[in-house]
Ligand binder design. Structure first.
Ligand code: LLP
Length: 425
């Protein structure tokens, strides 16, 4: 579960009233719970312990260095997709030697930086990229490990923007090209091709697509072995869901039950890249009501945050639970479901200040009546929230705060107008 709960009619992050944080730090504001982050990391590590996997937190889901430090201290490795993410891991005190570097467009400068810092492995997404890594590594006199990212051509049943394992996807290499790829590059000059990487999409709410994808990867590994080509590492990617409609975690044990037996007796080093499962429930976005108004038969609650801080609702049609921070005892929601059964709720759209009709955090919501100055919390906003925030309409990005027990600290200052124009002119 997460540690954002209502006590006596007001929302707490661990043991701190969210309204107190907002009063001190201002809004809009991301608030994270350290305990939630830690427990989710431990939960996935426990569920998959029979495989003794390297758990490489997907930095793209939330890359604040304070969060990366918490995870590095717990023993996590990292899934990175840019030189910038590698820089963040190092800045947070993480070990470059635990990083797996994926991404279809790695530049020469990024590849050199990663080789220089000694990352654990490149997840290679094309023939041309492998040749580039090999050439640069030879120039540097180094021998980086590589895994081939394959497309198992599985439909993960998620939004088509975040489905990545179909053969027509821009990621990886069609699985039928896998054998040829290994034969061609196994004795490359410098880079060592020793692994296979999968990541079929995100979020994937059931284990079945993983089972199918891992099955295809294992049969490729068996074919390669029969041809005298050993594969040492299998990276099964990320995509494990977060719970948007409850304070409970998704049952990571259900994924483990289906996946562990497939891999337990294989002489492979297993790697996982969970992002959202660890960071999703660990954060909320707090916004302040500016105005309420009506338009035709719709009611709008206008807040000081929106698509520029959390783009998931308009971009993917994602649903996040929204509720006042201090609703009082009678309006405390019994759960975070789509239908909250309380008397006196008002149907409204929660919208932001951005000059686009797609700027909403929630539509057709049943909320307690609110007025100017009230705070609203948007739940399960720890993953793909702040990392996808922008300065659109010249709106400074929110502050971020990390709560631990009854303490909190600012882990990213609110942007100022000066920050908006830094480097311009
Ligand atoms: N590994 C690779 C290679 C990935 O591309 C991703 C996510 C992950 C791991 C982590 O996936 P996770 O465990 O966090 O689901 N912005 C979208 C999600 C995009 C995911 C991109 N890749 C969203 O807000 O839903």
């Amino acid at each position: 579960m997460d540690y954002f709960e209502y006590r006596n009619g007001e929302l707490y992050a661990e043991n701190v009233p969210v309204a107190d944080i907002a009063a001190k730090v201002g809004t809009p504001l991301y608030v994270y719970s350290r305990r939630t982050l830690q427990e989710h990391y431990e939960k996935i590590a426990r569920a998959f312990a029979p495989l003794d996997p390297m758990i490489c937190y997907s930095v793209k889901s939330n890359s604040n260095t304070a969060l990366l430090k918490v995870l590095a201290d717990l023993g996590a490795g990292f899934d990175i997709v840019s030189g910038g993410e590698l820089f963040r891991v190092i800045r947070a005190g993480g070990d470059a030697g635990t990083c797996f570097y994926a991404g279809v467009g790695k530049t020469d400068a990024e590849i050199r930086f990663a080789i220089e810092r000694g990352i654990y492995m490149f997840n290679v997404e094309s023939e041309a990229e492998f040749e580039t890594i090999d050439r640069l590594a030879a120039e540097m006199g180094r021998s980086p490990r590589c895994a081939l990212r394959i497309n198992p051509d599985i439909d993960p049943n998620t939004h088509h923007y975040t489905s990545t394992g179909k053969k027509e996807s821009k990621f990886g290499v069609d699985v039928v090209r896998g054998e040829e790829f290994f034969r061609r590059y196994r004795n490359a000059r410098a880079a060592k091709l020793v692994g296979i990487h999968l990541h079929i999409g995100s979020p994937i709410p059931t284990a079945q697509p993983y089972v199918e994808a891992i099955g295809k990867a294992l049969s490729l590994i068996d074919r390669l072995k029969a041809g005298g080509i050993p594969v040492e590492v299998l990276n099964i990617g990320g995509g494990y869901a977060a719970w948007y409609e409850s304070a409970q975690s998704v049952m990571i044990e259900d994924y483990a039950e289906a996946i562990v037996p497939l891999l337990k007796d294989r002489p492979l080093k297993i790697v996982m890249e969970p992002g959202r499962f660890i960071s999703g429930n660990s954060g909320i976005l707090v916004a302040e009501v500016q105005y309420t108004k009506t338009g035709g038969d719709r009611k709008f609650v206008i807040v000081n945050s929106g698509m520029h801080h959390l783009i998931r609702p308009p971009l993917y049609g994602s649903w996040h639970f929204v509720w006042p921070v201090t609703p009082g005892e009678e309006m405390t929601p019994p759960d975070r479901s789509r239908q909250v059964s309380l008397a006196g709720l008002v149907t409204c759209d929660v919208v932001g200040p951005i000059c686009e009709s797609g700027d909403f955090l929630g539509q057709d919501r049943q909320l307690p009546p609110v007025s100017r100055g009230d705070l609203l919390a948007v739940f399960t906003a720890g993953a793909y929230g702040m990392v996808m925030a922008s300065n659109y309409n010249s709106q400074p990005r929110p502050a971020e705060v990390l709560v631990e027990h009854d303490q909190f600290r600012v882990i990213r200052q609110r942007e100022t107008y000066e920050d908006l124009v830094r480097g311009e002119g």
